[in-house]
Design a protein around this ligand. Sequence first.
Ligand code: SF4
Length: 320
Amino acid sequence: MPWGLDVDLLTPAQRRALDDLLCAGGPRPPADDGLATRIRDLVEERTEAAAALRPVGARGLRLNKTALDALDCEGRYLDHLESRFAWTPPTVLGTLVHRGIELDHAGDRTVEVDEVVAQAWRDFAGAGDSAGAYLAELGGVEAHGLRADAGARIAEFRECFPPLLSHWPVRYEVKLTARLHDGAIELMGKPDLVFGAASATERRLLLVDLKTGRRSHRDRADMRFYALLATLKYRTVPWRVATYYLDEADWDAEDVDADALEAAVRGVADRAVTAARLTWAPPPPDALRLLAGPSCRWCGRAPTCPTKAEADAEWALRDA
Ligand code: SF4
């Protein structure tokens, strides 16, 4: 009965996640403080060039997963800097679902899904932050649709993921922040779920992001970024990171090692230099390095972007 769960009551999908993803009751690797220290030194060293571009008195760079992903294309990154974030039903959905899963965890899945969603909604609407203000105002068909979508995802999670018993050490949307070079660069992230607690002797942390929709080429890099942030924050290397795809009841997992962390440092350092250049010494528009791809879907420049137009034309020819 690993972690107090009666496995005979689990669905096959739940059992698989328990055994192969969470490895309930299985051994964890020994702590490696030397690696954590080496990675901290490496990230400081590799981001020095980006930090050096900061003009005196300028606010530091704030790089989260969205900003790093936007750096696939320089035009998209500038669009990201210029656009004001606005909540919409799709962007607030994940927040609502994560809160619902958290409530489900606290209540050992004994409450009906509709009531879990309603409580999650009330919690946010009364929280006083921007997501709450948005939900408090939302009504009519949009609100019904959002509740239905959130309920469907929580129900899916219940069916495919093992029950998260209330005594398990699981945390939700834990803030991970690393302040480098006196605040010239701030790295931040919020994995959806963190299993386990930091330990002096073992690497027990498992960081999981829940995703609806299709897999993305950035998912692995995003999770390595979280592994890096957790290493910098807790000064111990996590055991594993994973993206869990709700539509597939399947996941992409990676056991964190030196190679994964070094790749994360290289990725962050390269993108930090680009972000610093674009933020503090932006090139003229015709010198921007544009790359059409999945980012175009979110990009405010898409309607007038010549690179996207060329890429669309090429795709149309291939499909003809
Ligand atoms: S539309 Fe696409 S190619 Fe153009 S700036 Fe945006 S992300 Fe880049």
